[in-house]
Write a protein that binds this ligand. Sequence first.
Ligand code: CA
Ligand code: CA
Length: 121
Amino acid sequence: MPDRVAPTVHLRAAPLLWPANHQYEEVTVGQCIASVADNCTPAAKVLATATLVRAWSDEPEKGQACGDSTKDIVLNCSKAKVQLRAERNAAGNGRVYSVEWKFRESREDCTTCPVDCGACP
Ligand SMILES: [Ca+2]
Ligand SMILES: [Ca+2]
């Protein structure tokens, strides 16, 4: 019987990007994902397939305040890492960065998983 069940993913709380000093902080899959599970494929094998699909944040990249830098998000898809700038609108409600991870198991079923990967309060 073919495996038609994609992996499940359990998330961690988003890493804190603090202080808001405009510097990059590196976030890896292990900092976003607590564990993965699959009915057929071992978890370590599923985790090793982690790929970054896209990233975004709930604040615009530019125009928040003076000292605001560009390129707030730098994806390194091949290494499954993302650099996030510890920067937010000081008059806002805090910034949340999110990424979408993709996991594959041996039968090629995929799970894509949006996750908050950085919080700059
Ligand atoms: Ca499966
Ligand atoms: Ca910015």
